[in-house]
Design a protein around this ligand. Structure first.
Ligand code: KIV
Ligand code: ZN
Length: 520
């Protein structure tokens, strides 16, 4: 089976991402992780750029074993000497030299004729060969270059000793079909090409870097270049982890093998993201937070029945621990029930249904429903007594210079009753209005407010204790709105109190407060 080589340029092209600046220790740490990932070549830097860059490449060359360590050089003697100095301690080193070949670059940037550019390429490869057997030659802006000129310069570079020729889509301009044709054209029209490695290097300006790289592999490229997380100049380079997983997941189609340890992908991605300070978008393929998360009820149900219904690769295959069922407003009962079981709750069907309904109401208001939210909902459900009073409507006005006023509507055995009241604060106003509606006068013995979850949309949990006839009744309410949570808690406590009173009136004896040891 054909083997595809992976050339990682996270430390060179990736470091050219705006705002990214890695120090030598950070580069070394990433290089070590890239070696664990199993890439074939690490392009460790551009040594002529700065003494720091040269030193970093040198340290990597000295300390990292396994992959070939490459250093970049323009087609001139100084660059090549610096690159040679940097890779000198490597077990296996490579000098990667390049020159632009498109008319636009040759005319405006280099101000050289095509013949002069060929001569410079040949001279550079020959000079690099004095220091390294392994020399890669790149035709910068190849995809906007004349195809016959490309074949001419590649043939000359091979003749001069290049062992790899690279065909970069420097400005992310090509398309998969066109790039595949170019690779085939170069393969068929470049003397000596059969004896060297054909490499491809794509940028993502039109969002096609990965697709272009894969098309090139289909067309016969042996080596693919790119960066972890797709970082790099402008819109970035081809994301290596995406190419790797495409080749693995669609082995039936590509029919190639690699030396990559895919289980190291996620660790590598996190390390690069942290050290480069480049956040990964949640929906990024393979390594984004949502890449193995399911929110819709239909998907969750399918996934729980058989993961392959909605996952084409396992999270473990890229080094992630598990898939995630995100509990949100699109979630169905199946996922909710499974989550309850995972959290150790064993509720009967009726309680599951009621908690699920509360959960859906909450998910409508809150972006992420966490396990602590669910815990709070379940606990609230667990101490349920028959509900004489049900909070139906709540409106509160309050502010720095307004008198707190609350209007409350409560269904009393299904009959709506509404009252308004003012108070010292919004909660006091609500409680006074509830007292008026229910006709129950109590003494508030305790009021506790807890943020159950973090974030601005946190779920507030309120616990209240009311005293009646020497007994204490507690109630708990949860909501993203703490006034509503306070009202729910109070109504729940009053329901228990009313339940006890009714039972006492019926001569039933022990009520909920007593049953729970005086206070519940
Ligand atoms: O994008 C490019 O052309 C490059 C070359 C130096 C290979 O990064
Ligand atoms: Zn590049």
């Amino acid at each position: 089976m054909r083997r595809i080589r992976f050339f990682d340029t996270t430390l060179r092209d990736g470091e050219q991402s705006p705002g990214v600046n890695l120090n030598a220790d950070e580069k070394l740490e990433i290089a070590r992780q890239l070696a664990r990932l199993g890439v074939d070549v690490i392009e460790a830097g551009f040594p002529v750029a700065s003494p720091g860059d040269l030193e970093a490449v040198r340290r990597i060359a000295r300390e990292v074993r396994g992959p070939v360590i490459a250093a970049l050089a323009r087609a001139n003697r100084l660059d090549i000497e610096k690159a040679a100095e940097a890779i000198e301690p490597a077990e296996r080193g490579r000098i990667h030299t390049f020159i632009a070949t498109s008319d636009i670059h040759m005319r405006y940037k280099l101000r050289k004729t095509p013949d002069e550019v060929v001569a410079m390429a040949v001279e550079a490869v020959r000079y690099a060969k004095r220091f390294a057997d392994d020399v890669e030659f790149s035709a910068e802006d190849a995809t906007r270059s004349d195809w016959d000129f490309l074949c001419r310069i590649f043939a000359a570079a091979i003749e001069a000793g290049a062992t790899t020729i690279n065909i970069p889509d420097t400005v992310g301009y090509t398309t998969p079909g066109e790039y595949a044709r170019l690779i085939r054209y170069v393969r068929e029209n470049t003397p000596g090409i059969d004896n060297v490695v054909i490499s491809v290097h794509c940028h993502d300006d039109l969002g096609m870097a990965v697709a272009n790289s894969l098309a090139a592999i289909e067309a016969g490229a042996d080596q693919v270049e790119g960066c972890i997380n797709g970082i790099g100049e402008r819109a970035g380079n081809a994301a290596l982890e995406e190419i790797i997983m495409a080749l693995r997941t669609r082995k039936d189609y590509y029919n190639v093998e690699t030396g990559i340890v895919t289980e190291e992908i996620y660790r590598t991605s996190r390390l690069v993201s942290t050290l480069a300070g480049m956040h990964i978008q949640p929906n990024k393929a393979i390594v984004g937070d949502n890449a193995f998360a399911h929110e819709s009820g239909i998907h969750q149900d399918g996934f729980l029945k058989e993961p392959t219904t909605y996952e084409i690769m396992t999270p473990q295959s890229v080094g992630r621990s598990h898939s995630r069922l995100v509990l949100g407003k699109h979630s169905g009962r199946h996922a909710f029930r499974v989550r309850l079981q995972e959290m150790g709750y064993d509720l009967d069907e009726e309680k599951i249904e009621r908690t699920y309904q509360r959960f859906i109401e909450l998910a409508d208001r809150k972006k992420h429903v966490t396990d602590r939210d669910i815990q709070a909902l379940v606990e609230e459900e667990a101490v349920r007594v028959p509900e004489q009073f049900v909070l139906d409507y709540l409106h509160v006005t309050s502010g720095t210079s307004a008198l707190p006023t609350a209007t409350v509507r409560i269904l009393h055995d299904g009959v709506p009753r509404e009252e308004a009241a003012t108070g010292d604060g919004p909660v006091d106003a609500v409680y006074r209005a509830i007292d008026r509606v229910t006709g129950i006068q109590t003494k508030l013995a305790g009021y506790f407010l807890n943020a159950v979850t973090g974030g601005k949309d946190a779920l507030g949990e309120v616990t209240v204790q009311v005293q009646d006839n020497g007994r204490v009744y507690s109630g708990r309410g949860t909501s993203t709105d703490i006034i509503e949570a306070s009202a729910r808690a109070y109504v729940q406590a009053l329901n228990k109190l009313a339940y006890d009173r009714a039972r006492a009136a019926d001569g039933a004896g022990a009520g909920v407060a007593q049953a729970a040891g005086g206070a519940n």
